[in-house]
Ligand binder design. Structure first.
Ligand code: HEM
Length: 236
């Protein structure tokens, strides 16, 4: 293969990788938004949240198909994003001049990789905490709500957030999710090339709004539990 042919094949491979990162990222965003809406049921009480979780569980095999899809998207997204970041870092250490624009871009990209790493660690902690957590027994009894009845998944989530250190870890993690998401949404239109330059400015504002809504939406849950547990108490 000639130098030109190998260069153009390398470029098209990296464009294809960026496209896969963008499309899988969009899929993950849809999941996160859906998860946020479902989680808001915690404000409606134990029956609402537990009923929603039971409905999801009753999907049976379909739920596993959705989970497999989600895992495939996450693996492709993380694997290819890490590969592209590594390739960019190697390029930066090459002998070519680094322009101001590239320098600026790398700050944003660096934030992406760090917030991405925090989200990945959070992800495993989160699954261990809630998906694999015990949903029956004393760990699901909430003293604030009578202190007798087992409250299933609701009780598990509540008691996890009643621990200020755990709640703080969740708040930091969901802020990283919001930050990661806003930068991702802002750059996905550029990657997909579907917007004009002017429309991209407006899309940036929308991206930051979505990021803030996601971070505040998720963070509102541990904050609510902390406020109810330590400030307002049983009467609320
Ligand atoms: C305060 C914030 C959050 C709360 C209260 C929350 C709540 C929950 C709960 C209760 C479950 C278990 C559902 C069940 O076993 O039926 C769950 C599972 C899960 N959460 Fe979250 N979550 C939060 C944030 C996040 C974020 C930010 C992400 C993604 C980055 C995420 C990703 C997941 C995933 C992938 C599962 C497993 C879903 C499955 O088993 O099918 N969660 N979450």
């Amino acid at each position: 293969m000639s130098d030109t042919a190998s260069f153009s094949s390398r470029v098209s491979t990296s464009v294809a990788r960026e496209l896969v990162v963008a499309v899988t990222g969009l899929g993950l965003i849809v999941f996160i938004l859906g998860h946020l809406v479902g989680n808001m049921l915690i404000f409606a009480g134990p029956e609402a949240l537990n009923g929603y979780a039971e409905k999801l569980a009753s999907l049976g095999e379909l739920l596993w198909v959705l989970r497999l899809g989600l895992i495939t998207f996450a693996v492709l997204h993380i694997g290819l994003a890490a590969h592209l970041t590594w390739a960019n870092w190697s390029k930066r250490t090459s002998r070519y001049a680094v322009t101001a624009a590239v320098g600026r871009k790398s700050v944003a990209s660096q934030l992406m990789i760090y917030s991405g790493i925090i989200i990945l660690c959070f992800f495993f902690f989160h699954l261990w905490d809630f998906t694999f957590g015990t949903k029956t027994g004393p760990g699901t009894v909430v003293p604030l709500m009578g202190g007798q009845e087992e409250l299933g998944l609701f009780g598990l989530v509540w008691n996890s957030f009643a621990n200020p250190l755990r709640a703080a870890c969740y708040i930091v993690a969901v802020c990283c999710v919001g930050l990661h998401l806003s930068h991702a949404i802002a750059s996905v239109w550029v990657t997909l090339g579907v917007l004009t330059h002017r429309a991209t400015d407006k899309a940036d504002a929308v991206a930051w709004t979505i990021g803030v809504v996601v971070a505040l939406g998720f963070a509102s849950i541990p904050i609510y539990v902390l406020v109810r547990t330590y400030i307002i108490g049983q009467g609320a």
